[in-house]
Design a protein around this ligand. Sequence first.
Ligand SMILES: Nc1nc2c(c(=O)[nH]1)N[C@H]1C(S)=C(S)[C@@H](COP(=O)(O)O)O[C@H]1N2
Ligand SMILES: [Mo]
Length: 535
Amino acid sequence: MRRRLSAALTGLLAAAGGVCAAELTASLTRPAASPLVTIGGTVIDATPTPVKEYAVRTFGTYDKPLLITGIVGTLGLLAALVGVLAMRHRTAAVAAIGLAAAAGAAAALTRPDACPLDALPALLAGGVTAALLTWLIMRLPGSAEPAPSSEPVPAGSAGRPDGAMVTSESGQPSGGTPPAVTQRRRFLIAAGTTSLGIVAGAAGTALLRRHGTEAADAARDAVTLPAPADPAPPAQTTPGFYTATKDFYRVDIALTLPRIDPRAWSLTIGGMVDRPARLSFDDLLKLPLIERDVTLNCVSNEVGGPYIGTARWLGVPLAAVLRAAGVQAGADQVVARAADGITIGTPAAAVLDGRDAMLALAMNGQPLPAEHGFPARMLTPGLYGYVGAAKWITSLELTTFAGFDAYWVQRGWAAQAPVKTASRIDRPTPLARLTPGPVAVAGVAWAQRRGISAVQVQVDDAPWRPARLLPTSSTDTWVQWVYDWTATPGNHTLRVRAVDGTGAMQAEHRAAPFPDGATGWHTRLFTVDATRPPS
Ligand SMILES: Nc1nc2c(c(=O)[nH]1)N[C@H]1C(S)=C(S)[C@@H](COP(=O)(O)O)O[C@H]1N2
Ligand SMILES: [Mo]
C-alpha cells in the first residue's frame, strides 16, 4: 500500500515535470501551443452546445479556470495511475505516456491556428515524463528493478559483476540490494531533485510569460491614436451611460489572452474581392477614422444579464476598406479570422448598408486592451458580438453564407443574428432595503439600429406606465430610462418592456439565448420595509 502510494506520487511528480517542460517550451515558441491550452481548446470544441451553455450560465467567466483545473486534475489522476502501473509494467507505463503525448500533439496540431512546431511541447512533455518516471521508479525503495548504481555497494552484498541485481521470486530485490535506509535516501534525493527542477521550470515559465506580456503591453502603450476624421457628438454625461473599460464584459473562446505585437501584425483582405490587400497597423492608423458610441452585447446574455456594454469606439470604417478591395457580386458573407482561431461571419450587407461597421482600434479613448481585441477588432452595430465583433482579427474573407459556416454557426447558433429589442432593470439592486416613499427605478433598454421609442414599467398588476428616457445621440446605443415610483410597504414585482424605433413591442415570450438571443420581459422583486430601519 505504501509502495503503491509512493508509486502514484512518483507518477504525479514525473507528469508535473513533463507539463512543466512543455509550458516552458511553449513560452519560448508560442504560448498558445501550451498543451493545457490546446487540450482545453479541443475539449471546448468537442463539448456539446447545451453543456457549454450550462457551463457559461453556471460558472460565467470562471468557466475557463475551471476547465484548466479539470484538465490538470484529470492529468494528475492519469499520472498517478501510470505511476502505479510502472511499478510492475514499465513498458506499459511508458506506452501509456507515449499515447497521452501523441493525443496532446494531435490536439495542438488540429487547433485552427496551429503550426507544425506546436506539437513540440506535448511531445517533450511525454519524453520528460517517461524519462523521469523510469528514473524515479527505479529508485523507489523495494523496486522490482533497482537502478544500476554507482553508489558503493555495501560490504557483504553479492552484486553481480555486470551490475545487475538478482531478483527473488517475490519480485523483491535480494542479494545486492542496499539497505532500506540507503534506498529511501536515494529515492528522496531523486524526488527532491525533480521537485527542484519543477519549481525552477515553473519560475522560468512565469518569468518568460511576464516578459511576453510586458513587451506586448509596452507596444500597446506606445500607440499614438490619431484624432478622428469624423468625431462622435459630445460625450454623454449621465453616469452609467458608458461602461468603464475595466467593467466591460468579456466573452471569447481564447484560453490564453492573445498578446499581439502590432508591428508584427497585419490584416489580410481576400476571398471574393478584385484586389486582395494586406494592411499593417500603421496603414490603419493613417486612414480616416470615425468615432462612435456603440453598445455591444452577447447573444448568450440572459434576460436581465450582464453581457452588454457601451463604449466610445474609434476605428476605420469597414465599408471603405471592403470597397477599396472591390467586393465581387454574389459575396454575401464577410468571414473574420482571429488569433484565437475563431471565425466570425457577418452579412456583407450589414457592413456595406451605411451603418458604422468598423475595424475598431480604440475603446473609451485608449488603444484596445488585450482583453478586447488589440490591435484591432470588428464592430458591427446592430448585431450580436458572435456575428460582428471579431477581436484580435487577422483576416477578412469575402465569401457566401451557403459556402461557409462560422465557428458558432457550426455549433448550432443562428448565422443571422440581429440584436433583439430588450430592456433591463438596474436600480434598485436586488438586495437593496427599500423604505416607503419615492424610489427612482432605473435601467437600460436597447435595440441597436432601430433605437428605442418608449420604455414602460409595470408595478404588480397596475397598468403599464411610461418611463422617462434620457437623451441619446444614436440608435446604436442603449437608452437609459428612469421611472419614478412611490414605494409602498410589502412585496412588489416590477416589470419593464421596451418599444423599438419602428414601434414594435419587445417580445414577452421567455426564450433562452440559444440559438439567436433571449427574449422576455425583465422582472425584479422588491421588498419595501414598513418603517425605516433604526439608524
Ligand atoms: N477573436 C474572438 N473574437 C470574438 C469572440 C471570440 O471568442 N474570439 N467572441 C465574440 C463574442 S461571442 C462577443 S459577445 C464579443 C465580446 O466582446 P468583448 O469581450 O470585447 O466584450 O466578442 C466577439 N468576438
Ligand atoms: Mo457573444
